[in-house]
Design a protein around this ligand. Structure first.
Ligand SMILES: [Zn+2]
Length: 120
C-alpha cells in the first residue's frame, strides 16, 4: 500500500521538525492535491500505524484537500478540477493546460504541547 510508505515519510519528516521541547504531538497537518494520487482516508489510517513507537504516537493526521486547478490558454482563466475529473475546460472544452494546483503532498504544520503547557 503506497499510503503506508507516504505515512512513514511524513512521520520521519515531522520528527525532524519537531523541537526537543515538544512533549506530546497533538496533530500533524498535510495538504493533499486532488491529483496527488493519495487517498486521504487511507493515509489517515496508515498514519496511526506509522506513528507507533515514535514521538508522534497518539497524534492525529489532519488532511486538507487541495482541489486541482489549471490555466486554460484559450479563455486565459483559471479552471478547477470538478468531481468528474475530466481535464478539459468547462467553458470552452480545451484540454487542460499547465497545472496550477493539485499535486501537493505537503506537511504544513505540527501541533504539539510543551512542558510549559502542562497543567501545574
Ligand atoms: Zn477554456
Amino acid at each position: 500500500m503506497h499510503e503506508l510508505s507516504i505515512a512513514h515519510s511524513l512521520v520521519e519528516l515531522a520528527q525532524q521538525h519537531l523541537p526537543p521541547e515538544a512533549t506530546r504531538v497533538v496533530a500533524v497537518d498535510v495538504r493533499i492535491g486532488a491529483l496527488a494520487g493519495v487517498v486521504g482516508d487511507a493515509l489517515e489510517f496508515c498514519y496511526a500505524i506509522a506513528t507507533e513507537g515514535t514521538r508522534l504516537q497518539g497524534s492525529i493526521l489532519r488532511v486538507h484537500d487541495v482541489p486541482g486547478a489549471w490555466h486554460c490558454v484559450v479563455c486565459d482563466a483559471e479552471r478547477t478540477l470538478d468531481a468528474t475529473f475530466v481535464l478539459r475546460c468547462q467553458v470552452c472544452g480545451a484540454p487542460a493546460g499547465d497545472l496550477l494546483a493539485g499535486r501537493e503532498l505537503e506537511l504544513t504544520s505540527i501541533e504539539y504541547d510543551t512542558a510549559e503547557d502542562a497543567p501545574r
